[in-house]
Design a protein around this ligand. Structure first.
Ligand code: MG
Length: 460
């Protein structure tokens, strides 16, 4: 009898620990997660968000076969803090990430932060990132030290000096031909999906496009009605289509949550090389809606009802607790997670918990949204620079976002009591965050020489 018990016990342990076997027995099916992140893509740059001069049929299909979020906020209006928020579910201010990192930065997202990749390691997910990291490029800050098994991509923005491809912790290529970044990332992503098709995986595809300087491969030049910028978006759309096609071929669509979003609003000072915020006011680097609200869609065949549109607010930080809920992984208890679980929104036609949002510009809390109301502190205006467009000063703003998504009509004068109540609430929420760490030093070169693209532009 005893000689049967040991093998039987081993079999039970094997069944309990092997997700694939669990899938076959129907006990637990861990979904694959693919998060596709565009860089500086505006709210008005996808046809499913109203663009008429750019065609994005593949991204549109994620929306028509899944869910479209019209009130989806980034954790920040610039790259690094936005990415920190996405990957940890926490406000970047909690990590002191209030600016973007530069090639001269010695800092990065603290290794003590728990990323989506580390979270998913609790259920033995394969974890890969293809693309832009921008959370510190020194060894201890790179993806492999933050829960990812594999990394291929450019470690910061593509307008910064020394645009290199890294693989793992090492530089693989020094002379990146930017015309092929999107194509190269797509090929890497497809290879990743193929090689991990038999195990649960998390793939983070963080495109460098359409951040300036923008490039499309020759196959896409002249294909859109919005010049090179539109061509770049149409190549990104092709990339999304290739990923979905691969999932379909491998029979993985019903077990994969595919998300597409952007890290922040369009870089409007770049004019026709920057995107469009559509009906929203301003873009990247501002806490107006155009800087913070990002076009977001998600598809999970058979799980998310097709054609759902969610108009209430949600945030990039929500993916962390959402993924935890979808995979049955407990959230860390030793820290605050600011995002809210969206699984009821995705799977049950339900609502997200909470209807308020704090909008920061770096460490400066500037706006607060509660339901459809948004307040914004007075702003001294900005004179304009090569990297940020001029904006007129304004008084305290009270906006009804439901009626006025473009933030044109200030209702402050006639609703001072409501405005005051909202400000009180905003500062209460701020106080509840507790003590925030000092801003990490990023060593911004004073002469902007770190921006290859801007320097070239100035030289002309
Ligand atoms: Mg960006």
């Amino acid at each position: 009898m005893q000689r049967f018990i040991l093998p039987l016990l081993s079999l039970i342990v094997f069944l309990a620990c092997n997700p694939k076997t669990n899938e076959q027995t129907g006990q637990e099916q861990l979904p694959n997660i693919i998060h596709i992140f565009a860089d500086d893509l505006g709210y008005g740059d996808l046809s499913c968000f109203g663009a008429t001069d750019i065609a994005t049929p593949n991204i549109d299909r994620l929306a028509t076969n899944g869910i479209k979020f019209t009130g989806f906020y980034s954790a920040s209006s610039v790259c690094s803090p936005s990415r920190a928020g996405l990957l940890t579910g926490r406000m970047p201010q909690r990590m002191g990430i209030n600016q973007v990192f530069f090639p001269g930065s010695f800092t990065g997202m603290p290794p003590s932060e728990i990323t989506l990749a580390e979270l998913l390691k609790e259920k033995n997910y394969a974890t890969g990132i293809v693309g832009k990291w921008h959370l510190g490029h020194h060894h201890q800050y790179l993806p492999l030290q933050q829960g990812f098994d594999t990394y291929f991509g450019i470690p910061y923005s593509n307008d910064m000096e020394n645009v290199v491809y890294m693989r793992g912790n090492d530089v693989e290529e020094f002379n990146v031909d930017q015309r092929y970044i999107t194509r190269t990332y797509t090929e890497e992503a497809l290879r990743y999906i193929e090689s991990h098709q038999n195990e649960p995986f998390f793939l983070y595809v963080a495109h460098n496009m359409p951040h300036v300087p923008i490039y499309a491969s020759e196959d896409f030049l002249g294909t859109s009605q919005r010049g090179l910028y539109g061509d770049v978006i149409q190549e990104l759309d092709w990339s999304v289509g290739e990923i979905v096609k691969k999932l379909d071929e491998l029979g993985l669509l019903e077990n994969t949550l595919v998300i597409f979003s952007s890290d922040n609003g369009p870089w409007l000072v770049m004019e026709d090389h920057g995107g469009s915020a559509g009906p929203l006011r301003e873009g990247k680097m501002f806490t107006f809606e155009g800087g913070m609200r990002v076009p977001t869609v998600a598809m999970w065949k058979g799980k998310i009802a097709a054609g759902r549109v969610y108009n209430d607010l949600a945030s990039q930080m929500d993916w962390f607790p959402t993924v935890a809920a979808l995979t049955g992984i407990a959230l860390p208890t030793d820290r605050d997670v600011d995002g809210k679980d969206l699984s009821a929104v995705l799977l049950e036609n339900g609502k997200r918990e909470g209807d308020s949002y704090l909008y920061f510009d770096g460490s400066d809390l500037q706006c607060y949204r509660k339901g459809n109301w948004k307040i914004k502190k007075p702003y001294p205006g900005f004179a304009g620079a090569s990297w940020k467009q001029a904006v007129a000063p304004h008084d305290t703003l009270l906006i009804n976002l439901k009626k006025d998504v473009g933030e044109r009509t200030n209702l402050f004068e006639t609703n001072k009591k409501l405005t005051r109540e909202l400000f009180d609430e905003m500062w209460e929420k701020y106080d509840a965050l507790g003590e925030l760490p000092p801003t990490l030093t990023v060593n911004t070169p004073a002469d902007n020489s770190h921006y290859e693209y801007l320097s070239n532009k100035h030289a002309k």
